[in-house]
Design a protein around this ligand. Structure first.
Ligand code: NAD
Length: 310
């Protein structure tokens, strides 16, 4: 059965999404460079709006989406979509929850290893003509305590990978953590305070909500070990960046690796000037496999919704 709904894809997505939707009869406009003004002008013509991270679907835009039935994010976090505005217009908001878990968890492993062995710094100094072997004494991840805040898809995937490196796992979530998973990886459940004060590495995997905004603030950073390192691949707003900068600058924290920032693109962010910080430009889900998986998940969900299956 073919469908005739109209679809506006506002960001760059894996071509498989366009292909599957068209094969099912949907009329797709692929406009990965579209501006908010252009969206506002034409959003009323479409039944389905698809975004990744670049496009922010604000209340103002959604209030113009007169025919829209579905808003889809080819990714996990929904903080670039005004969900309340969508709900008020009876628009379903869908995402690709399982799409990025391996990509993000593997990036966290890479960032932990990069912090432990100062890999980016070592590479930079070689390019500067310096052979800093003696100065580059690192530490191993084996036996270190990794605190995972948020044990959803990504947090759990990270737990499984880190167990493979013989790290000790501590976990905190606001909902009960899966018992079978905890047993499998030997995860100790703790409150956030205990996790922060006991961990050598802390990795954040919570969504950005009112309740998680600045979850890691000056007070919490002060309870962490001076040698501890924090990794944030969730959302920038989960850490108070000013407080993090202060803690790192004063030597009250060992290091940080950040893939996400309060304001992106984070060009000129002063955290990137600190020697004990590694920054990446929000590349957590930026793997071929994750993008293709997310696009397939979204295509499948849209077809199922149109068929009335889900
Ligand atoms: P998920 O929904 O599977 O898991 C999130 C977990 O956080 C849930 O178990 C939830 O109960 C928990 N949580 C919520 N509030 C909490 C709090 N205050 N304290 C502790 N735990 C809390 O989501 P996921 O797929 O694991 O993704 C997590 C986040 O990672 C996403 O919301 C998104 O913002 C971010 N993300 C980033 C990238 C990237 O490119 N860097 C890619 C994908 C996802």
């Amino acid at each position: 059965m073919g469908f005739n709904e109209t679809v506006l894809i506002c960001d760059e997505v894996d071509p498989v999404l366009n292909k599957v939707l068209q094969e099912n009869g949907l009329k797709v406009s692929y406009e990965p460079q579209i501006t908010p003004d252009q969206i506002k002008e034409k959003i009323s013509n479409y039944n389905i709006i698809i975004v990744r991270s670049r496009t922010k679907l604000t209340k103002e835009l959604i209030d113009n989406a007169a025919k829209c039935k579905i808003i889809a994010r080819v990714g996990v976090g929904l903080d670039n979509i005004d969900e309340a505005a969508a709900k008020a217009r009876n628009i379903r908001v869908i995402n690709a929850v399982e799409g990025a878990m391996t990509a993000v968890a593997e990036l966290v492993l890479g960032l932990m290893l990069a912090l432990a062995r100062q890999i980016p710094f070592a590479d930079r100094e070689i390019r500067n003509g310096k052979w800093l072997k003696k100065e580059l004494m690192g530490t191993e991840l084996k036996g270190k305590y990794l605190g995972i805040v948020g044990l959803g898809n990504i947090g759990k995937r990270l737990g499984r990978l880190a167990k493979g490196l013989n790290m000790n796992l501590i976990g905190y979530d606001v909902i009960p953590i899966d018992e079978a998973f905890s047993k499998e990886v030997g995860l100790m459940k703790a409150d956030l305070g205990t996790l922060l004060s006991s961990s050598d590495y802390v990795s954040l995997h919570v969504p950005l909500l009112d309740s998680t905004y600045h979850l890691i603030n000056a007070e919490k950073l002060a309870t962490m070990k001076k040698t501890a390192k924090i990794i944030n691949t969730s959302r920038g707003g989960v850490i108070d960046e000013e407080a993090l900068y202060d803690a790192l600058k004063k030597g009250n924290l060992g290091g940080a690796a950040l893939d996400v920032f309060e304001t992106e693109p984070a060009i000129g962010n002063k955290l990137a000037t600190l020697p004990n910080v590694i920054c990446t430009p929000h590349i957590g889900a930026q793997t071929k496999e994750a993008q293709s998986l997310a696009a397939n998940i979204i295509a499948e969900k849209i077809i199922q919704i149109l068929r009335g299956v889900i």
